[in-house]
Design a protein around this ligand. Sequence first.
Ligand code: TXA
Ligand code: MG
Length: 315
Amino acid sequence: MVSRKAIENAAKFIRDGNVVAFPTETVYGLGANALNPLAVARVFEAKERPSFDPLIVHIADSETIKVLSNTDDDRVKKLAEKFWPGPLTIVLPKSEIVSDLVTSGLPTVGIRMPDNDIALALIRAAACPIAAPSANKFGRLSPTSADHVRKQLPDIPCILNGGPTKVGIESTVIRLHDDGFEILRHGSITEAELETVLPVSAKGGKDQTNLPSPGLLKSHYSPEKPIYLLHDVPHDLNISEAALLSFSGQNTEGYKIVRYLSHDADLKEAAVNLFDMLHELEEANVSCIVAEPVPEEGIGSAIMDKLRKAAFRYV
Ligand code: TXA
Ligand code: MG
């Protein structure tokens, strides 16, 4: 879908200190050379992202961990072998070479190897690690297609169009303690999958005051319309003007529009559809979006995390 020439062209943008939007398996990223602070500043500017919010650095080769981090933790190798390329971001102590702009002044850096051939080819062609947040305006819906990127960031000159993303929600972000891992942001790799490699740390949840991380902000991923979780819908809401985002397929009568996250209660399918359907409904001629909660198991925890943050202002 994307030609070699398009990748070379995008890689030149990166090498020249410009930003490029590109697909990953989770969502589209807005990338810049992670080792060029000026280029990284352009990412923050384009997204209108506050500088307290650190970026994930994308690599194409596990050896690059050594460039970005001074860690010699064997557990990182184990995690990388099992989950990379894939939607797991590991927060590690950063090396000198990683600028404070990337990490928002934290002594740590989030690293992941995306499971997407276009992303990997771009990183290799640019010959540098690529710092990339999701390619949306800060706080808004994440993009799972090139059209979503264009809608929010029309001024980005270089967008690699790899079609719709296959996972649909962001990577799981973890950090390591001496007794195991802690999830900082729920994502497409579940706690149970991680536990096949490492135990959950008993130290999780502490020391978060020093951890500015919008994955932890209460409001995020917001569509341009009010969005309510089903049990928080105002009593006087006229549902004939509202859209329903359904998971169970039940009690769908009376809404103006109904979209089904999955047709057979499959949470992975729901994750793939989540942002795409929210993008569609925020543009639809409805007064608001009503979202039915999904079961909080497996990837359902990440879906509910996004829905709660999207609906936070409307509780
Ligand atoms: O799937 C993904 O992770 C996508 C694709 C593009 O890779 N990226 C993404 O980036 O979701 P972004 O910027 O929307 O979210 C990155 C989040 C930060 O908001 C923060 O919660 C966490 O990753 N993060 C990054 N570096 C961190 C660090 N050093 N310490 C703690 N959290 C960090
Ligand atoms: Mg984001």
